[in-house]
Design a protein around this ligand. Structure first.
Ligand code: FRU
Length: 480
């Protein structure tokens, strides 16, 4: 929603308790609240931030403007989890309350240092002419959730970038600490800058290089870069805004992409032996995915199920955005697989043989086998009487899966098309489909392809119909 700037940047202390209460009352009236996905307590949720493991639990923050469904003065909201499925919001906030983050505590990452969690993020600063400066700043969170900010700027806006310089990801590699930061160079091309913490001191950064990753520089900005290691192979996940569609076909306003490499050569600032650039998710919504290697070494990722510069039907209820399930990342034959962490199965409450249902609570998982040489059409969020629903077509002859949301729910973002497709192997496939009120996440062959989307169903759009072809498997009712 487009709200005037003076509202979006009104200092937090000027909002009264009554203002927030009125907003929360409106939020509560929405019919679309999720049951097992993270949503904002109020206002807008965007990027996942600070995904980490610290003091025996997982920590995850999200970007938030609490006062409405717009991109305003951003803070981080803190959550913890022991199983990566159930997240508990804590009272901790990384507030935009310092001269170095006065216009927003923008996205960043976290790194555990003994008994404190270091938060490395972008301070968005504007002067009175609304000129922006992007500063990379830091803070420490202790075990009680108290946050103390570093007084100095850790990395100043580099001279060869524009004001678009943000989203530091901090990570370990062979005993050293590095950070990559998304940027736009002076030629207005998207790049990634690589820094190293001198003597592992996270307050002392040295520039290494503009990361060389076979970047053809067709994008005008790269947001939210992440480097994770899977079976020793570096996987670079990032959001190249304005990427040429000749380089990679996509329909969303901005894509979230990844590339698998053979090796990371930090001394020379290079990723070596890059595979093809690919879409991380083929659905309508997945952006700003944040990934990290946890102490067990497993690569975990979580995405914002939303996109910048898009209005959502939930805006009328004063909120917007949700996070995806947490996905475990693995590689098979250099192809990335993304699949909900094992503990997601603990959401299963009861099991039934899959068959048509006139009505459900829109809170379930389907696990289906689609045989080879089949043309299967499935309708979810279906209203069989009105013949509306989210149509999923699985063609195991030609090897294509298509999701069409033109005949379901409140329509939005239709300028970017109403269907999304991805290739699937032309043989039998397994589908795991998670439905949660206004979210659908489809995992093909346990994560070989993923399609994540929002759907804002109208009343009575809650059925399941198999319209043609074959699909066998189970329906699992999921718990809240
Ligand atoms: C991506 C993004 C980041 C930025 C944050 C601000 O969605 O634009 O680049 O840090 O959102 O909320």
């Amino acid at each position: 929603m487009d709200l005037p700037r003076h509202i979006r940047y009104q200092p937090y202390h000027e909002w009264t308790k009554e203002d927030l209460k009125a907003i929360k009352t409106k939020v509560a009236a929405s019919p679309w609240h999720c049951h097992y996905h993270v949503e904002p307590a109020s206002g807008l949720l965007n990027d996942p931030n600070g995904f980490s493991y610290f003091q025996g639990q997982y920590h995850l923050f999200y970007q938030n403007w609490p006062f409405g469904p717009a991109h305003g003065l951003k803070q981080w909201v803190h959550m913890t989890s022991t199983d990566l499925v159930h997240f508990k919001e804590t009272p901790t906030r990384l507030l935009p309350d310092h001269q170095h983050d006065s216009h927003g505590a923008y996205s960043g990452s976290a790194y555990p240092l003994d008994d404190r969690l270091f938060l490395f993020y972008t301070g968005n600063v504007r002067d009175n002419k609304w000129r922006r400066e992007a500063l990379q700043v830091g803070a420490y969170m202790d075990q009680a959730g108290q946050i103390v900010k570093c007084d100095k700027v850790l990395i100043q806006q580099a001279e060869d970038v524009t004001e678009h310089f943000r989203d530091p990801q901090i990570f370990d590699y062979q005993g050293q600490i590095y950070a990559i930061i998304g940027a736009q160079n002076l030629a207005k091309k998207g790049i990634i800058k690589l820094y190293k913490a001198i003597n592992r001191n996270v307050e002392n950064w040295q520039f290494v290089a503009d990361l060389d990753f076979d970047n053809p520089q067709t994008a005008y900005m790269i947001e939210c870069p992440n480097l994770v290691f899977i079976d020793h192979k570096p996987v670079l996940i990032y959001c190249p805004q304005g990427l040429s569609k000749d380089q990679l076909a996509y329909d969303n306003i901005y894509p979230n992409t990844y590339q698998v490499f053979d090796a990371f050569d930090p001394e020379n600032g290079r990723l070596v032996g890059g595979g093809q650039l690919q879409l991380l998710d083929s659905g309508f919504e997945a952006y700003a995915t944040q990934a990290f290697n946890d102490p067990k070494g497993q690569a975990l990722a979580v995405s914002w199920l939303g996109l910048p510069d898009i209005d959502y039907p939930s805006d009328v209820y004063d909120y917007q955005g949700a996070l995806s399930l947490v996905k475990h990342l693995t590689l098979k034959d250099d192809q990335l697989y993304q699949y909900p962490v094992k503990a997601s199965q603990s959401l299963r409450q009861s099991q039934e043989i899959f068959q048509d249902k006139a009505e459900t609570s829109n809170t379930y998982e389907l696990e289906l086998q689609i045989p080879a040489n089949n043309f299967t059409k499935l309708s979810l969020f279906a209203n069989p009487k009105e013949k509306t629903g989210l149509q999923i077509t699985i063609n195991t002859k030609d090897g294509q899966l298509t999701m069409d949301r033109s005949q379901v729910g409140v329509q939005y973002a239709t300028d970017y098309g109403t269907s999304r497709s991805c290739q699937i192997p032309s043989q039998g496939v397994t589908l795991n489909i998670y439905v949660d009120q206004s979210i659908v996440e489809i995992f093909v062959n346990k994560g070989q392809s993923v399609l994540s989307s929002r759907v804002f169903p109208k009343k009575k759009e809650s059925g399941i119909s198999l319209l043609s072809g074959q699909a066998d498997g189970h329906y699992y009712q999921l718990r809240k």
